[in-house]
Design a protein around this ligand. Structure first.
Ligand SMILES: CC(=O)N[C@@H](CCC[C@H](N)C(=O)O)C(=O)O
Length: 374
């Protein structure tokens, strides 16, 4: 079996949530031990890693970042290498991202180029966010790359394609948690209570009017409430309810506006339902903004020097904390076509493994070109 596919399948079986990637980190370290050590320096960072691959005559450092965490999803693929961890799945392709990063790293550990390379194995992309603290870490300050690249699998594109654009690629994100507290009581005496299930339902519907009535239709935004909890049993009126969701906008300014409207609507619920409400925005990710000149050069290079098809795509409402790295370090992210009938964050996501080699070749080829320029 192709060794990178074996790595992907091994990693697929041990998905772990953000900052709990202990087995994943150990697996990565064991693999790295099997490579020629003389040109590599490894530093652990929390549950992630920095790996420097030294060049012959370095003028600069080129960075490559992969995320390493999984999601709290029960896998339903029935693959022979399905997740062995209950309620954990690599349903966002980070198993692919890691095996591709290891493939590229392996190539350069065996084929030295002029420039130094920094491979960043980043925990907690799905939350609470590892990119920002990793960026601020001593290790990154010491080894900070001059440019940085990353990819994300894209179930909707065929194998052999990549998709990207100059400028904005992924949205600004903010998590959203709203706790409501009213007065519970007997199901038969609603007039003596303040029912938080009813308040929560009203609020969920009101939140959607922010998108349809407050955001410029030519701009765009998303509010998704992915989880609602409330109450204790069917014949007790709920004293408490909690909404858990996420906000997506195409600019930091729209994010401020959307949050302002959320706060106004939540105040209205407090008054209308005579309850208390607390909003917590959890973690926020900066938009992914591809450096224009690096991206144009990358597209040109891929079109001229490889047989991979480049699709110019639109921006997406997905979030990625790699955006923080791109805010400080010029670079780009691209979508890698993996043609899965089920999408990202789906329990049946099953990307085509042929895309792993495509990605390794594209990235290794572009880095060799950039890293041998004097
Ligand atoms: C690529 C991808 O799917 N990323 C996640 C990032 C989640 C950030 C945070 N936990 C949030 O929900 O706002 C995404 O859901 O887009």
């Amino acid at each position: 079996m192709n060794p990178l596919i074996k790595i992907r399948r091994d990693l697929h079986q041990i998905p772990e949530l953000g900052f709990q990637e202990f087995k994943t980190q150990a697996y990565l370290l064991t693999y790295l031990e099997s490579l020629p050590q003389e040109r590599m320096t490894i530093k652990k960072w929390e549950t992630g890693l920095f790996v420097k691959v030294h060049g012959i005559n370095p003028q600069k450092t080129i960075g490559y970042r992969t995320d390493i965490d999984g999601l709290p999803i029960s896998e339903q693929t029935e693959l022979p290498f399905t997740s062995t961890h209950d309620l954990r799945m690599h349903a966002c392709g980070h198993d692919f991202h890691m095996s591709i990063a290891l493939g590229v790293l392996t190539y350069f550990a065996r084929n030295q180029i002029n420039d130094d390379l920094l491979f960043v194995f980043q925990p907690a992309e799905e939350g609470p966010g590892g990119a920002e603290p990793m960026l601020k870490s001593e290790e990154m300050q010491e080894w900070k790359p001059d440019m940085i690249l990353a990819l994300h699998i894209a179930p909707e594109y065929p194998v052999g394609t990549i998709a990207l654009k100059e400028g904005l690629l992924f949205a600004n994100t903010s998590e959203l948690f709203i706790d409501l507290k009213g007065k519970g009581g007997h199901a038969a005496y609603p007039h003596q209570t303040n029912d938080m299930v009813v308040a929560a339902c009203t609020l969920v519907n009101q939140l959607q009017t922010i998108i349809s009535r407050n955001v410029d239709p030519l701009d765009s935004a998303v509010i998704t409430i992915g989880k609602i909890t409330g109450g204790t049993v069917q014949n007790i009126i709920a004293e408490k309810a909690r909404l858990e969701g996420t906000i997506r906008t195409l600019s930091p300014e729209s994010m401020k506006k959307v949050k302002h409207r959320i706060e106004s609507l939540v105040k209205g619920i407090e008054t209308g339902y005579e309850c208390e409400a607390v909003i917590d925005y959890g973690s926020m990710y900066h938009q992914v903004y591809n450096n224009e000149s690096i991206t144009s050069e990358f597209i040109d290079y891929i079109q001229k020097e490889t047989d991979v098809c480049v699709i110019k795509c639109k921006e997406a409402m997905t979030g990625e904390d790699f955006g923080y790295m791109l805010e400080e370090i010029p670079g780009l992210m691209f979508w890698l076509g993996v043609e899965s009938p089920f999408g990202l964050h789906h329990a049946k996501l099953n990307p085509n493994e042929a895309a792993i080699d495509v990605a390794v070749k594209v990235i290794a080829s572009y880095i060799s070109f950039k890293g041998n320029q004097l």
